[in-house]
Design a protein around this ligand. Structure first.
Ligand code: WQD
Length: 339
C-alpha cells in the first residue's frame, strides 16, 4: 500500500496529513479544487518535506478527470477529505452541501469498484453522534441525525460506505470521527486561516490575538459545565494527521469496516481555552459573553481508547501547545500577507 490518493489534500487537515504521509515514505497524489485552500500550500508542503506531491486541480465530482487519475495513478488507498465543512453555512445552503459532499463520495466509490482500489479512509466527524446522551463518546454510541446538513452528509456517507462494505467484503474502509481539530504545524507554514469571520473558536481567537478582531464572543455561559461555557475535545491537527497515517497500517490488516474516534479524551471549556491560550502566548484575549449559539451542545468529547488500543494512537501535543502553534501560524501568516 504505497500510493495514497488524498482528496482535499491542500486543506487544513489534509495538508498536515500529506506531510505525515511523505515523512512515512508514502507516494502521495493530491486532488484539490482550491475551493477552501490555496495552491501555495503545495509549496509549503515541499518546503517542509523536500517533496512536491503530484497535484491535480479539479473537483472530485468530475468523474472523467477522476477516472483519468485512477487509470494513470492506480492508487492503493484513498484518504477522502474533500468536502464542504461549515456547519452554519450548510444550514443556509443545504442542497449545495448534499450535492457536493455526496456526489464527490459517489464518484470515488465508483472508481474504487472500477479500478479495484480496495482501501479508503473517510474524514468523518463527531457530529455524527448528534446531541450526546453521555460523554465521553465511544464508537459504540449510536449515530444520530446531526444538527446540520453538513453533519447529515457525514452520517449519510458513513452509511453508504457501511453498505458498500457489505457487498464488497474485500474493501477496507476506515471511518475517522474527528472532534475539534486545532493548532498548526510547528514550522508556521501550515495552519487554518479561514476567509472572513471564522465560525470556529480557535481561528477566531487567533484573529483576536493578532488584532484583526477586537474580542471573542463567548456563546453562552449558562451551560451545565465547569464554568457554564461549552466543553469540547480539542485535538492538535498534527495528532489528527498522525491518526490518519496509523489508520493506513490498520487497513493493511484487511479489517473490512473499522471506525475510530480521534480526540484527546478530555474536554476543555471555552473560558479554559482562553486562559490556556493567554498562558501559552502571553497575549491577552478579551471576551464578552453572548447568548448561546443555535445548534450548540453543552459538552462533547471523545473516548479514544479504541484508537489507542487498535491503532496505537496517542496524542503528542496538549491543548496549550496547540494554542501556541495556532498563534505562531497566524503571526507568520500575517507577516507573509503583509509583504
Ligand atoms: C467550539 C466551542 C462554541 C466560536 C464544529 C463542527 C464540528 C467540527 C468542529 C467539522 C463551542 C464556542 C465558538 C465563537 C464561542 N467541524 N464558540 N465563540 O461547534 O464544537 O464543532 O467544528 O467536522 O463538526 O460542529 O466548534 O469551534 O465552532 O465551537 O464561544 O466565536 O466554542 O459555542 O462551545 P464546534 P466551534
Amino acid at each position: 500500500m504505497k500510493k495514497v490518493l488524498v482528496t482535499g489534500g491542500l486543506g487544513f487537515i489534509g495538508s498536515h496529513t500529506v506531510v505525515n504521509l511523505i515523512e512515512e515514505k508514502y507516494d502521495v497524489v493530491i486532488i484539490d479544487n482550491l475551493f477552501n485552500s490555496k495552491l501555495e500550500v503545495l509549496d509549503r508542503i515541499e518546503q517542509i518535506t523536500g517533496v512536491r506531491p503530484k497535484f491535480y486541480q479539479f473537483d472530485v465530482q468530475n468523474i472523467s478527470k477522476l477516472d483519468e487519475v485512477f487509470k494513470n495513478e492506480k492508487p492503493d488507498v484513498i484518504i477522502h477529505f474533500a468536502g464542504y465543512k461549515a456547519v452554519g453555512e450548510s444550514c443556509k445552503k443545504p442542497l449545495m452541501y448534499y450535492k457536493n459532499n455526496l456526489e464527490s463520495s459517489f464518484a470515488l466509490i465508483e472508481m474504487m469498484e472500477k479500478y479495484n482500489c480496495k482501501n479508503i479512509v473517510f474524514s468523518s466527524s463527531a457530529t455524527v453522534y448528534g446531541i450526546p446522551k453521555k460523554v465521553p463518546l465511544t464508537e459504540e454510541d449510536p449515530v444520530q441525525s446531526s444538527t446540520s446538513p453538513y453533519g447529515e452528509t457525514k452520517v449519510m456517507i458513513e452509511r453508504i460506505l457501511e453498505d458498500e462494505s457489505k457487498v464488497h467484503p474485500e474493501f477496507n474502509i476506515c471511518l475517522l470521527r474527528y472532534f475539534n481539530p486545532i493548532g498548526a504545524h510547528k514550522s508556521g507554514l501550515l495552519g487554518e486561516d479561514p476567509n472572513g469571520i471564522p465560525n470556529n473558536l480557535l481561528p477566531y481567537i487567533n484573529k483576536v490575538a493578532v488584532g484583526k478582531l477586537d474580542c471573542v464572543h463567548v456563546f453562552g455561559n449558562d451551560y451545565p459545565t465547569v464554568d457554564g461555557t461549552g466543553v469540547r475535545d480539542y485535538i492538535h491537527v498534527c495528532d489528527l494527521a498522525k491518526g490518519h497515517v496509523l489508520s493506513l497500517n490498520k487497513l493493511k490488516e484487511n479489517p473490512g469496516l473499522c471506525i475510530y474516534n480521534l480526540g484527546t479524551g478530555k474536554g476543555t471549556s471555552v473560558l479554559e481555552i482562553i486562559k490556556l491560550y493567554e498562558e501559552a502566548t502571553g497575549v491577552k484575549i478579551p471576551y464578552v459573553i453572548d447568548p448561546r449559539r443555535d445548534g450548540d451542545v453543552a459538552i462533547n468529547y471523545a473516548s479514544n481508547e479504541k484508537a489507542k488500543k487498535e491503532l496505537g494512537f496517542n496524542c503528542d501535543f496538549d491543548v496549550k501547545q496547540a494554542c501556541l502553534d495556532g498563534y505562531n501560524y497566524q503571526v507568520a501568516e500575517e507577516k507573509r500577507t503583509k509583504k
